[in-house]
Ligand binder design. Structure first.
Ligand code: FAD
Length: 597
């Protein structure tokens, strides 16, 4: 059967996490990667600012400081054993990328260059440190290209433009996946001993988002439908600086290089909200501050945006006021040329999308949906865990943004996602290969395609008149307004009702194009189903959590509540309903404290 394939390890997704997993799995096991996109088009390629590692190349830094910052940034919801593991693995992981040939930007001495980023601090003084290793503002692009080359060199098999629709679980263990070949609409069975999900995020749930069109949560949704819970889905990060109305990301690296946020009165308002690190506070803190400024009428011209100012005269004025120094102790003074060389893509984006030259004019920005802290629950070896007791589902793994280890807890620090990909992608790959080498293939069900076919048939035989883009728009708009930066019980209930209505309407969607070749309309409908599924889990989890923590800020419960809520949410889909459970946070060295920046 030409549409039947067998591999020891199947990796779903060819972003940073998937490629790192495949690279490591392929060292000892027959490995294939399935990707709905051509690999180097994965969202990892858009990551701009950097990858975090305490190399200490541009000032003192330590993996233990990185660990504490990540715990604090997570608002104490991250699992401290996993965080410590990641921050210590960071240093060799970045050098490994360097040795693979990744063209990092360099210091004058030829070391990997590092820039400040939000929440990265000297644990003694509380002042920013330079921890983000970068390749100009194209760090993710370079990681993706480097890892893809390594995978090709290592003979990893690639099935490009195949979209996974279903996961097969037999006898309580992973058995493979079912994928649609986009070029001809044929279904394929991939029989495997180990399956690693690395499908990225689901930020297309929200109206203003930095996320690629492909960020539709296919992996988590497929697993949810097969009985796997989702962890901490109420925690979704809004990045402070998306281009006004478009959401396209302006990296935190701009503020790392000295850019500041300004309101309509010309004030650097972050001074009031985070007096020590100001514009380099963690993202949840800044997004909320921006929202409050705009709500109180201090948006630019009273509108829903603020300015991000990286003009050299502004950067230099505030750097002098802050007493900012270069690593050699000299005062921090930048020129337009230097900013251009460190942030070339940002300058390009601002010119293209805003018609603004950021070296001469400030950029209009607003918070944009950016990163899923929640996702498929795993332990720190990438093994998927399916209940409150962290029981492992044999042969099933997840890594990258679709997974929840949890190292980001309630809020991720900038540069920790690229780090998460390379550290946990690697370990998921190693574990998956190790397991496959000791296990046999599960017997497949009589008709492995049944559930995937059923999902497609429902769409192809639909006889309604609802339009997919109208349903999508209504979801994005209610989620952005009601399950966004700030939340209330009333608003979220409204959103939940709307999602229920939209799920019903999606069943009556207008029949799509019946073509067999790259039928994107069919897949748009299937993907919208995934987004609605995850929007529901997000909202139900958020409604239950009656506190504010990290990216989950409730106006009706403004305080963090460690007595009742220092725990991870698990959400299952059972008989059409979302059921919630909870599991403890792993606390090793750091007892929860109030976060002050
Ligand atoms: C604009 C932007 C800038 C960012 N900048 C930074 C930064 O500077 N530093 C940082 O640490 N983080 C950054 N992040 C976050 C970080 O880049 C992402 O979280 C990370 O790259 C996700 O990697 P991944 O490997 O999990 O997924 P991706 O790179 O998105 O890859 C997902 C893969 O899954 C495949 N896939 C998805 N669904 C299916 C399916 N159904 N079937 C088959 N294949 C499927 C896709 O084809 C793709 O290959 C940024 C994110 C964005 C959006």
């Amino acid at each position: 059967m030409s549409n039947y394939h067998q591999f020891d390890v199947i990796v779903v997704g060819a972003g940073g996490a998937g490629l790192m997993a495949a690279l490591y799995a392929s060292k000892t096991a027959n490995t294939a990667v399935i990707s709905k996109l051509y690999p180097t088009r994965s969202h990892t390629g858009t990551a701009q600012g950097g990858v975090g590692a305490a190399l200490g190349n541009e000032g003192e830094d330590h993996p233990d400081w990185h660990t504490f910052d990540t715990v604090k940034g997570s608002d104490y919801l991250g699992d401290q054993d996993a965080i410590e593991f990641m921050c210590h693995e960071a240093v060799p992981a970045v050098y490994e990328l360097e040795h693979m040939g990744l063209p990092f930007s360099r210091t004058e001495d030829g070391l990997i260059a590092q820039r400040p980023f939000g929440g990265h601090t000297n644990n003694i003084t509380g002042k920013p440190v330079r921890r983000a290793c970068y390749a100009a503002d194209r760090t993710g692009h370079m990681i993706l290209q480097t890892l893809y080359q390594q995978c090709i060199k290592n003979d990893v098999n690639f099935f490009d433009e195949f979209q996974v629709l279903d996961v097969l679980i037999e006898n309580g263990a992973a058995a493979g996946v079912v994928a649609l070949e986009l070029a001809n609409r044929e279904l394929h069975v991939f029989h495997a001993k180990s399956v690693i999900f690395a499908t990225g995020g689901h930020g297309r749930i929200w109206e203003i988002t930095s996320n690629a069109y492909s960020y539709t949560g296919d992996g988590p949704a497929a697993l949810l439908r097969r009985g796997i819970p989702m962890e901490d889905m109420e925690f979704f990060q809004f990045h402070p600086t998306g281009i006004y109305r478009m959401g396209i990301l302006i990296t935190e690296g701009v503020r790392g290089e000295g850019g500041i946020l300004v309101n309509d009165k010309g004030e650097r308002f972050m001074e009031h909200y985070a007096p020590t690190v100001k514009d380099l506070a963690s993202r949840d803190v800044i997004s909320r501050a921006m929202y409050l400024e705009m709500r109180d009428g201090r948006g630019i011209n009273g509108k829903r945006y603020l300015y991000l100012d990286m003009r050299p005269e502004t950067v230099n004025r505030y750097a002098a006021l802050d007493g900012r120094k270069r690593p050699d102790g000299s005062p921090y003074v930048v020129t337009g040329e230097e900013l251009l060389s460190k942030l070339p893509d940002i300058v390009d984006f601002a010119r293209t999308y805003l018609g603004v030259d950021p070296v001469a004019q400030p950029m209009p920005v607003q918070p944009t949906a950016h990163y899923a802290m929640g996702g498929i629950p795993t332990n720190m070896y990438g093994e998927v865990v399916i209940d409150e007791a962290n029981t492992v589902l044999p042969g099933l793994y997840a890594a990258g943004e679709c997974a929840c280890v949890s190292v980001h807890g309630a809020n991720r620090l900038g540069t920790n996602s690229l780090l998460d990909l390379i550290v946990f992608g690697k370990h998921a790959g190693l574990r998956a290969a190790e397991y496959a080498n000791g296990a046999s293939f599960q017997t497949l069900p009589a008709d492995p395609l049944e559930y995937a076919n059923q999902q497609l048939d429902q769409i192809l035989h639909s006889d309604g008149e609802e339009k997919v883009y109208v349903i999508g728009h209504e979801m994005k708009s209610v989620m952005f307004d009601e399950v966004g930066v700030f939340r209330t019980q009333e608003g979220m209930q409204k959103a939940l009702e709307k999602i229920g209505e939209l799920r019903e309407r999606l069943k009556r969607v207008r029949k799509p194009d019946m073509g067999k070749v790259f039928n994107t309309e069919l897949l748009d409908i299937w993907e919208l189903g995934n987004l609605l599924e995850l929007a529901e889990v997000t909202t139900v989890s958020a409604l239950a959590r009656t506190e504010s923590r990290g990216g989950h800020a409730r106006e009706d419960y403004p305080k963090r509540d460690d007595v009742n809520w220092l725990k991870h949410t698990l959400a299952w889909k059972r008989n059409g309903n979302i059921e919630l459970g909870y599991k403890p946070v792993v606390i090793t060295k750091f007892q929860p404290k109030e976060r002050v920046y």
